[in-house]
Design a protein around this ligand. Structure first.
Ligand code: OAD
Length: 231
């Protein structure tokens, strides 16, 4: 058995991290084009750096919820047979204990140096233009994938999907590609598919099993079912 889980903002919603499409089209008060595009960064770098500094601080004050914890428990049993792909830039999966997490849209806690291409942990707000610990240049930007940029890890993701026996999408609206296409790829590779989300999505009909409810309530039960069928 090999399981691939894709998570989105809904898995962190009950930890107090706002989803992207839940705030009347605004993300933490901003239109995403104002803060999550390369053009926005070129036009107003301070606004974008301040926004991500604030997001990082806000997320550090949150805690993993029962859905993150259940997925960490699944990894503790399955080991390398589980890969969590997350679109989230928070570190709540890791703080719950997951280690096999692929952040396809990057992470809030690391910076990417556009001078030397190295990643480094963020220790000071990027708004203050700290120097890159690798090359010393002050060219650090948030290590997040903005609209119009290429997600991370797509080759590894395709490898994982091609050998998955189960694919599950948790707390994602399924409107942003390429992640929204993973269910079709998994089906074509022969995996059984499950969607766990607060409500049905435009992709629900593509899943063999579609469950609705808050992630903290429905993910632990789904994990227990998997473990019972596995053990
Ligand atoms: P969205 O905000 O688009 O969708 C969140 C989904 O979670 C919705 O379908 C909600 O119904 C569901 N949801 C909300 N609360 C929930 C709960 N307590 N339990 C379970 N489900 C819940 O977020 P994503 O699908 O993650 O990309 O968005 C995908 C990408 O679009 C993001 O990674 C980001 C964004 O623009 C980039 O920044 C590149």
């Amino acid at each position: 058995m090999s399981i691939v889980v894709l998570t989105g903002a809904g898995v962190s919603a009950e930890s107090g991290v706002q989803t992207f499409r839940g705030g009347g089209g605004l993300w933490e008060g901003y239109d995403v084009t104002e803060v999550a595009t390369p053009e926005a960064y070129a036009n107003d770098p301070d606004l974008v750096l301040r926004f991500y500094d604030q997001r990082r601080r806000a997320v550090s004050a949150t805690k993993p919820n029962a859905a993150h914890v259940a997925l960490a428990k699944l990894e503790a049993e399955l080991g390398d047979d589980l890969l969590v792909i997350t679109q989230n830039v928070d570190d709540l999966h890791e703080r719950a204990g997951s280690r096999r997490v692929l952040h396809m849209h990057g992470t809030l806690n690391t910076a990417w140096c556009t001078g030397c291409d190295e990643r480094s942990p963020i220790t000071n707000d990027l708004l203050g233009r700290p120097a890159c610990p690798h090359c010393g240049k002050t060219l650090l930007r948030p290590d997040v994938v903005w609209f119009g940029e290429y997600p991370y890890g797509l080759d590894r993701i395709d490898d994982a999907l091609s050998s998955a026996t189960t694919f599950a999408a948790i707390g994602t609206s399924g409107v942003v590609y390429p992640a929204a296409g993973f269910v079709m790829a998994a089906r074509e590779y022969g995996a059984s598919t499950a969607e766990l989300n607060l409500e049905t999505t435009g992709l629900s009909d593509l899943f063999d099993d579609s469950r609705q409810g808050p992630a903290s309530q429905i993910v632990p039960g789904w994990v227990d079912e998997i473990l019972n069928s596995w053990g």
